[in-house]
Write a protein that binds this ligand. Sequence first.
Ligand SMILES: [Zn+2]
Length: 245
Amino acid sequence: MTILTDGIIINEKPLKDKDKIITVLTRERGVISIFANGAKVGKHSSATGLLAYSDLSLASTRGDSYVLKDAVPKQIFFRLREDLTVLSLAQYFAELTYELCPREDRADEELSLILNALHLLCEGKKDISIIKSVTELRLLTLAGYMPAVECCCECGCDLEDETLFFDVFTGELFCEKCKGSRKLFPCSVGVLTAMRYICLAPANKIFSFSLSPDGLSALSEISERYLKSITRKKFKTLDFYKKMM
Ligand SMILES: [Zn+2]
C-alpha cells in the first residue's frame, strides 16, 4: 500500500552503508519511523535531512512499518542553521514533537504548529521566547494537557484584575485566598491572558500577541516547568539551548 503525505523530519539515525531511519511528523499518520534506503547520500538526502519539510511517498508493508519510496523537499529552513541558539530551539521542538504528537493518527494541527514555529524562527522578527512558550503550551494542549486557566480551581473566582497563582504540577490556578501554603507561580493578568490565548485561539493566530519583558519571562518559566512536569523528561536540546542563551 502506498501512502502520500507531507511531513517534517524530526530525527535521523544513520545505518550502515547509505541507509538511514528517519522519524517524521506526518500529516496523515502522526509520528512514524521510515526506513530510507540509500538516503544518506543521493537524491533523497536533503528531503530526508533533520527539520526538512517534504512531500513523501511511502510503502507500508505491514501495520506501522514504512519504507521510503520518494521524497521531495518543500522547505528546508536553511536559516535555522545560521544561529546556534535558533537551531537548538528548533531541535528542541523536534524532541517535543516526538514526545507529544499522535502516532498512527492525523496530525494536521500539530504539523502546522511546528511549521509556523520554524518559519518564525527563520524570519527572526518574533521574540524567540514567545515562539518557545507558544509551542510548548499549544503542543501540550493538543496532546490533552491543556492547563485549567479559566479560574481558581477551588472557589471558581476569576478576579480579572488580580494576580492568580499557577501550579506547574497539576496545571491548575488558585486565587490568593485558596492557595494556602502551596508553592505556586504568580500569574499576572497579562501572563494569564497570554496563556488563555495560546490554549484557545484559532491555530493561525496563536503567535500573534505581545507581552512585557517581565510577563514574558514569567510565561517562559511557567510553560517550561509545566511541560517538564507533564512529560517527566529531561530534554538534552533544551539544556543546550539554555547554554546558548
Ligand atoms: Zn479561590
